[in-house]
Design a protein. Structure first.
Length: 233
C-alpha cells in the first residue's frame, strides 16, 4: 500500500502542471466570459444564453495534462523499481483524489455564482443549465465523476503514446475521426438528428452526468491497464 501511495505522489511531483495549469486555463476562460457578459450587458438581452460551455476548458486541460503525466511519470516510476500494477494503482488513486479536490471548489463556485446572480452579469459559467442540481452532495458528484473520466481518458491517450508511439497517436486520431464521420453520415442518412436530440434531452441529469461518466471510468480504466501492461518505458 505504501508503494501505491508513493506512486500516487509521483503524479503531483510537479503540482504547477498537474493542478495549476487546468485552473489557470479555466480561470482565463472565466475572466474572458465575465468581461464579455459585463461589457455587452448580455443579461439584459432576452435572446442571449447565459451558458457558455467555458467550464469544458477545465476538463479538456485535465485530459491533456493526464496524458502528459503518463508519458513523463511512467518511465520514472519504473526506474524507481515500481511495477506497472503499482504505478497504475497509484495513478488511479491520484486521479480519484484530484477529481474530489477539483469538485469541491467547483461546487463552492457554483454556490457563489447562484448567490450573486451570475457574478452580477447573469452568467452561468461553473454549472451551466442542468448541471446545476442544487443539492451540494449531488453537485459534488456531478463535477467529480466527469473529472475522473477525463483523467482516465487522458491516461488512456498517454498509454497509447507509450505503447505505440506517434503511429498509435495518428491511428487513434484517424480512428476517432472515422468513427465520428460514420456516425454523422448514418444519422444524416436516416434523417434522425431530431430523434437523436430528443433522446439526449430526455435523459436525466443523473444519467448524463453520473451514469455515463461512471461507465466511461470503468471502460477507460480497464483499457488503460491492459495497454499499460505491455507499454515500454
Amino acid at each position: 500500500m505504501n508503494r501505491v501511495v508513493s506512486a500516487a505522489r509521483l503524479q503531483a511531483a510537479n503540482p504547477v502542471v498537474s493542478l495549476g495549469v487546468p485552473w489557470m486555463v479555466v480561470s482565463i476562460s472565466f475572466a474572458i466570459n465575465v468581461a464579455i457578459w459585463g461589457l455587452a450587458d448580455l443579461a439584459a438581452d432576452p435572446d442571449a444564453s447565459a451558458n457558455t460551455g467555458g467550464i469544458a476548458s477545465l476538463y479538456i486541460t485535465v485530459v491533456v495534462v493526464s496524458a502528459q503525466l503518463v508519458a513523463q511519470v511512467f518511465p520514472f516510476a519504473l526506474g524507481l523499481s515500481l511495477s506497472r500494477r503499482t504505478y497504475y494503482l497509484g495513478a488511479a488513486l491520484a486521479s480519484l483524489v484530484q477529481s474530489l479536490v477539483f469538485a469541491v471548489p467547483l461546487t463552492v463556485l457554483t454556490a457563489v455564482e447562484n448567490a450573486t446572480n451570475g457574478w452580477g452579469v447573469g452568467l452561468d459559467f461553473w454549472a451551466p443549465g442542468a448541471l446545476d442540481v442544487g443539492n451540494p452532495a449531488l453537485q459534488l458528484a456531478v463535477f467529480a465523476l466527469p473529472m475522473l473520466a477525463a483523467c482516465f481518458l487522458g491516461a488512456g491517450i498517454g498509454v497509447v503514446f507509450k505503447r505505440w508511439g506517434a503511429t498509435g497517436m495518428y491511428a487513434l486520431a484517424m480512428g476517432t475521426i472515422l468513427l465520428a464521420g460514420v456516425v454523422v453520415v448514418v444519422v444524416t442518412w436516416q434523417q434522425a438528428w431530431t430523434d437523436l436530440w430528443s433522446w439526449l434531452t430526455d435523459r436525466s441529469v443523473a444519467t448524463m452526468t453520473l451514469g455515463l461518466p461512471a461507465f466511461l471510468v470503468i471502460a477507460l480504466a480497464g483499457l488503460s491497464y491492459l495497454g499499460l501492461r505491455r507499454a515500454v518505458p
